[in-house]
Structure formats: structure tokens, C-alpha cells
Design a protein around this ligand. Structure first.
Ligand code: GDP
Ligand code: MN
Length: 388
């Protein structure tokens, strides 16, 4: 729950590789396509054998048949026909990335994650790449070299050398290339406010060149305001449609799985509202924070998002008036209800500044759909009762 309230932006492989390229990490030349015909032209432009790769925000595409080699443009078109529209563990493939096929001699693994326990970025490298890293960590933990970087001291090349030395990598040219990539990946990680940068596999070609063959890149949502180019990479089609609608309207909304819609003002109160609904024996259908305001438009926007979920049976409106007075919020609610049709019963609890007047306004409106309750617990019980 808390993790989902601090959402992160996962990038597609082709987007992560674009960032890698900008930070000087070697990647293969490639093109994006959404149709088999465009895949053929892309393969033609690239020349020679290519690999057609499903772009979905989930790993294990290779095993699922979402990655295929193609010798010719005709072949590439055929492969795209097979891959586009494919379902990979609940993710529909709408885009493919076509890149020059690599001749792989060896597959390594390199990543940087944010280690919350240590409060430091953690570098990990192993020469046993290509496969599930959890498997390596479990079966041969010694093969996985790990090193923390102090964010204040920053990254220093000796750390990359240390990491590579600890992994047992012996080839001098490979050592040098990997160390350089570690440094650049650290720059990509900090420069993009990433929470995860993973290259699996980091390959060595038959020519001895080290290159990123895959990319997993997760960026901290809270940093997107200062990273407009990365923020624009978000794929709204892939998100939950209600969460996408909420984002569009500027409503802070997280979809949950129950029947009681929750609308509060302030993140803390809204979290408490989710808890109290559960305490009263109900299941919240969402988390929705109205923020500081309570104007009619804000209420309309929030209610539109909440009622867009067909599971919602009742809505619990929990307001504590501070700077935003309860009478203002009550007027906002009444205006919102004039502007839109809400079928579900609405239970309102108002407390704080001008609560009396707010409640009076709501009662005077005498709408059958509107239930005013004196306390948070009463309101939660009522909302749960009305949801069955
Ligand atoms: P994932 O399955 O989602 O992790 O996708 P990857 O991009 O990591 O690809 C999975 C596997 O496909 C890799 O480990 C490679 O073995 C293989 N593969 C991907 N691209 C190429 C390529 O250009 N040439 C060759 N020979 N194999 C590739
Ligand atoms: Mn991979």
C-alpha cells in the first residue's frame, strides 16, 4: 500500500536504452515499430539479421516467446505479426523494438538499485548473467559481487574496479569496458533519479565488445517534475485506466479492490479513512486525496474518478476543515452533486473549522443520497452498511 502511494515510473526497454545511449553506455542500433509493415522497413534500414523484441513492462519476455531473431526483412515482418498482440503475463504487446542482432559470446549482469536499508545505492555485478538474478543470489551468492556507494562521497572508479575484481572477471579488456559502464550507469542512475537500473544481460560480443542487451529502468515519481523528458515517456495506455484518468485530472488516486469509495482531504486523513473502513468491516475501493481545496470542480473530478470503478457501492467523504473550511467543502459537494449524477449513497463526515455550518448546509439540502454522520467511525460504519 505505502509502496503504491509512492508510485514509480517503469520505462520500456527501448526507453531505458535511449537513456543508456545518452549516458554513453553501448547499446545496439534499433527502431521502434507498432505494425509488421513498419517492422519490415526498420529491419531493412538496419540491414542484416535483426532481433524483434516485444515491448512490455514485465520481464521474462524471452521465455514467453516475445523475442525472436530474424534473418531478413520478410522474416522480421512475420515475427512482428506473431509478437504484436501477444499476451505476456497479462501485458498486451503493442510495440516492438527491432535491433541489429548481436553475436553473443557471454552474458553478464549489472545493476544499481536503491538499498533502502543501507540508504545507499547498491551496485551488483556477476558474470552469470542472462538468467534470473534471484537464482544466482540464492544458489551461488559468492558469484554476485555487491558494493554500496555513499551518495555524499559519490562514485569513484576504484569502486567499479573493486566490483569487477570481486566477480572474478579475468579478461583485461572486458574488465576495462565493464568498469567504464559501471561509472556511466551510476551517472544514468543519479542523473535520472532512478530507483533501479538493470542490465541483464550485459553481453560480450564475439568481437569482445561489452554492450547492454536489455534494460530495466525505474524512475522515482517524485522527481519527474524536474525530468520532463522522462515524465513524457510514461505510457498512459499501459496504466490502469482509472489511474490514468486521475492523473489527467490531477487527482491523487490509487485503485484498491473493495466496494467503499474513499475521499479525504490530506494524505494522512485519507490513509486513516482507508483503515477505518477496513476496521468497520468494509473494503475500500480506492485511496483518493482531495488535497487542500474542496472547490466544486475538485470534488467533481474526484467523484468522476471514484465512480468510474463499477465496484463502488457507497462513497465515504471524510473532511477535516483546517485552512479549508468545512462550509466551503460542503458547498463544493453540493455544487458537485448539482453538476453530476452520483448513484451511490454518499456518507459525509465533517469536522474542524466551521463544521456545524457545513453539516447544516448538507442537511438543508435534504438529498436522499446524502448521509451526514458526526464521527469518522459512525460514517465508516454507515458507508460499509450502505455498500452491501
Ligand atoms: P527478457 O527475457 O525480457 O529479459 O529479454 P532480454 O532482452 O534479456 O532477452 C532475453 C534473451 O534473448 C537474452 O538473454 C539473449 O540470450 C537473447 N537475445 C536477445 N537479443 C539477442 C541478440 O541480439 N542476439 C542473440 N543471439 N540473442 C539475443
Ligand atoms: Mn533481460
Amino acid at each position: 500500500m505505502v509502496d503504491r502511494l509512492a508510485p514509480a515510473l517503469d520505462l520500456y526497454e527501448f526507453q531505458g536504452k535511449e537513456l543508456f545511449r545518452r549516458f554513453g553506455i553501448p547499446v545496439s542500433d534499433g527502431r521502434l515499430a507498432t505494425t509488421p509493415e513498419a517492422t519490415r522497413s526498420a529491419a531493412q534500414e538496419l540491414g542484416g539479421p535483426v532481433v524483434v523484441k516485444a515491448q512490455v513492462l514485465i520481464g521474462g519476455r524471452g521465455k514467453a516467446g516475445g523475442i525472436k531473431l530474424a534473418e531478413t526483412p520478410d522474416d522480421a515482418e512475420e515475427r512482428a505479426r506473431e509478437i504484436l498482440g501477444m499476451d505476456i503475463r497479462g501485458h498486451t504487446v503493442r510495440k516492438v523494438w527491432i535491433e541489429k542482432a548481436s553475436e553473443i559470446a557471454r552474458e553478464y549482469y549489472l545493476s544499481i538499485t536503491f538499498d533502502r536499508g543501507a540508504k545507499k545505492p547498491l551496485l551488483m555485478f556477476t558474470t552469470r548473467g542472462g538468467i534470473d538474478i534471484e537464482e544466482v543470489a540464492a544458489s551461488s551468492p559468492d558469484a554476485l559481487a555487491r558494493l554500496h556507494v555513499d551518495p555524499l562521497a559519490g562514485y569513484h572508479p576504484w569502486q567499479g574496479r573493486r566490483l569487477v575484481y570481486d566477480s572474478g572477471l579475468e579478461d583485461l579488456s572486458e574488465q576495462k569496458q565493464v568498469v567504464q559502464i559501471v561509472g556511466r550507469l551510476y551517472e544514468a542512475f543519479t542523473g535520472s533519479d532512478a530507483m533501479l537500473c538493470e542490465i541483464n544481460p550485459l553481453i560480450v560480443t564475439t568481437e569482445g565488445e561489452v554492450r547492454a542487451l536489455d534494460s530495466k529502468f525505474t524512475v522515482d515519481d517524485n522527481a519527474l517534475f524536474r525530468l520532463p523528458e522522462i515524465a513524457a515517456m510514461r505510457d498512459l495506455d499501459a496504466a490502469d485506466p482509472l489511474e490514468a484518468l486521475a492523473r489527467e485530472k490531477g487527482v491523487t488516486y490509487v485503485k484498491l479492490d473493495g466496494e467503499v469509495g474513499v475521499l479525504g482531504n490530506g494524505a494522512g486523513l485519507t490513509m486513516a479513512t482507508v483503515d477505518v473502513v477496513t476496521f468497520a468491516g468494509g473494503r475500500p475501493s480506492n485511496f483518493c486525496d482531495l488535497g487542500g481545496g474542496g472547490d466544486a470542480q475538485g470534488v467533481v473530478d474526484a467523484l468522476e474518478v471514484i465512480t468510474g470503478d463499477p465496484q463502488v457501492r457507497s462513497i465515504f467523504f471524510n473532511i477535516f476543515g483546517g485552512i479549508t473550511r468545512c462550509d466551503e467543502v460542503a458547498r463544493g459537494i453540493l455544487q458537485a452533486l448539482e453538476r453530476m449524477q452520483v448513484e451511490q449513497p454518499l456518507v459525509v463526515r465533517l469536522d474542524g473549522t466551521n463544521a456545524e455550518e457545513g453539516r447544516r448546509l448538507l442537511r438543508d439540502a435534504a438529498s436522499e443520497n446524502l448521509h451526514v454522520e458526526p464521527t469518522m467511525l459512525d460514517a465508516a460504519r454507515r458507508a460499509v452498511e450502505l455498500a452491501v
